[in-house]
Ligand binder design. Sequence first.
Ligand SMILES: C[S@@+](CC[C@H](N)C(=O)[O-])C[C@H]1O[C@@H](n2cnc3c(N)ncnc32)[C@H](O)[C@@H]1O
Length: 361
Amino acid sequence: MTRVLLHGPGVLGPSLPGIIAELARAGTQVDVLLAVGENAGAGAAHRSSPHLQAPDPHAPHLDDLASRGLCRLVTDADPLRYDEVRRLTLNQPGEEAPHGPAGEAKRPGRVTLVGGGPGDPGLLTVAGLGAIERADVIVCDRLAPLDALAHARADATIIHVGKIPRGAFTPQEEINRLLVEHALSGRDVVRFKGGDNFVFGRGGEEVIACREAGLSVDVVPGVTSAIAVPALAGIPVTHRTSSQGFTVVSGHVAPGDPRSDLDWAALARTRTTLVVLMGVAHLRAIASALVDGGLAASTPAATIADGAMPSERRVVATLATLPDAVADAGLGAPAITVIGDVVAALDGTRLHASSDDTGAV
Ligand SMILES: C[S@@+](CC[C@H](N)C(=O)[O-])C[C@H]1O[C@@H](n2cnc3c(N)ncnc32)[C@H](O)[C@@H]1O
């Protein structure tokens, strides 16, 4: 396996997630040397700060990238043990409005919501890629296909926002403010998210915030993980003999929680495939509620974590056994659970992701 060491001040810069995602997808072992400052380099490690935090709240979250298996964080490194040692510099984004000659009154830019698909850059649409290529500013979530940022203009400003489960997050109001502020300054702003921006993506709130500021908004729909992640795992969400529909729900609050709007007993009776997003933390309670609601404990069920990414893992079981199987396998967010006979329809045969020409999926 090829081993690459990344070091230099750019390891705290906005380009890092894209670089790491691209290397990891190619099967490269990526080590990131936690060292900052112009004089730092391989062999000059920052030994006292193994969990160095980026000072900029929009800087990439190194611990998050490492916890997803995309890279390893090291505080010391022998450059001779690597196939490539790459020094990253900080590419300070240009802050000038790109439109109009100097002195001309700024005209508002525009905001485009771009759905990035489930994580594989090949599942970003042609229209989405075009928007990325043109953008002056890209406001990017952690689950967007970060490799696609390689197609951004060299002078584009990339701002990483988003929410690490039970970790750091940028409040939605701050994201709205960033979109509006940059677009009002005349910039072409892309809001880049995983999946589709209108499927549990808060895209509607962002459209409203932009419209209230007098900005026009375009939408490039994305391939939602709710359908694509099961599909890549060999699970069609509908199948002629098994299911005449599918129901997509959020499991981010547990059944019985006063904040939950969902009627889990009714969901148990739909006879549709159930697709649960953001439910891995409450999987045991969700499975119990569905069994209590009348869904057979023997119903096939699967959980797929990091779908369409190099770190994808999945567990296939029954509704009753899935929570233990997921816990034993150590699966965590982002994960999707599919419940229904469709799980067994194609024997769970892994289907090929579009853009991975190595065939190693
Ligand atoms: C806030 S929702 C956003 C969904 C997104 N807008 C979409 O259309 O796919 C995030 C949840 O989507 C699911 N998800 C997104 N990408 C995923 C992936 N690559 N693999 C597994 N689950 C994923 C997980 O349930 C995750 O917790």
